[in-house]
Design a protein around this ligand. Structure first.
Ligand SMILES: [Zn+2]
Length: 59
């Protein structure tokens, strides 16, 4: 599924952190936004969640 969340293309220069928006304009600086890549999926994190779920079930 494609994400419509966009991020200010110049946030590294203009903002302290990524500025996300659903429009093609940054709400903060009025600059252009670009499609943000989906958050990378960390497999280790997934296993951590699996372990936590297991532990929860056993206790
Ligand atoms: Zn901006």
């Amino acid at each position: 599924m494609k994400s419509d969340i966009r991020v200010c293309s110049a946030w590294r220069e203009r903002h302290d952190r990524p500025v996300y928006s659903l429009s093609s304009e940054c709400p903060d600086c009025g600059g252009e936004t670009e499609n943000s890549a989906p958050a990378p999926f960390d497999p280790e994190d997934r296993y951590g969640e699996y372990r936590r779920a297991l532990r929860k079930r056993q206790s």
